[in-house]
Design a protein around this ligand. Structure first.
Ligand SMILES: [Zn+2]
Length: 170
């Protein structure tokens, strides 16, 4: 894990303190222009990437995790994938150790106003964590400001699950 300030700030959100962070969002290349113009619409949540931790917009600390949710488009910049670098207001997160697919906002809490969902990693909570790499979910369009779009392609010969999907034989 790199030790730069951006990453450690977002990591604090997973572990301890309410904060905003600059984190990654992977999306279908066809939707990037619209997202940059209008922001991320939680109304589309789950249509591309599933919704294990609620019907919101998903972000990752790791660009490689965001890459999983990218989709190259033949029509738009042939073959290129895009990860968005986003400023995300996480506020006080609800830290979950289990899937919560159907929620449309963080759970009500009598003591705090919760603004986001963070899926705890096995590293943060060895007994109870539920993901390998942190995931962050927000439910309001205004909580996310896409700042940069990083366009890239996987190298020839790449062995990732996009480029070389595992094959199972009976
Ligand atoms: Zn690849």
């Amino acid at each position: 894990m790199g030790g730069n300030a951006r990453t450690s700030a977002a990591r604090h959100a997973e572990l301890a303190r309410p904060i905003s962070g600059t984190i990654y969002h992977g999306a279908d290349s066809q939707n990037i222009a619209q997202i940059l113009e209008r922001g991320l619409n939680p109304g589309y949540a789950g249509t591309n990437a599933g919704s294990l931790f609620g019907l919101g917009n998903y972000f990752a600390l790791n660009s490689s995790k965001a890459d999983i949710y990218t989709k190259p488009s033949r029509r738009y910049r042939s073959g290129a994938r895009c990860v968005l670098v986003c400023r995300v207001l996480l506020g006080e997160p609800y830290r979950t150790v289990a899937p919560c697919q159907t929620i449309r906002k963080p759970p009500d809490d009598p003591l705090r106003h919760l603004s986001s969902v963070v899926a705890l990693t096995l590293k943060a909570s060895p007994m109870r964590g539920c993901v390998m790499y942190p995931e962050f979910v927000v439910f309001e369009r205004a909580q996310c400001l896409p700042q940069y779009a990083i366009w890239y392609e996987h190298a020839a010969g790449c062995r990732c699950t996009h480029c070389a999907p595992p094959r199972f034989s009976g």
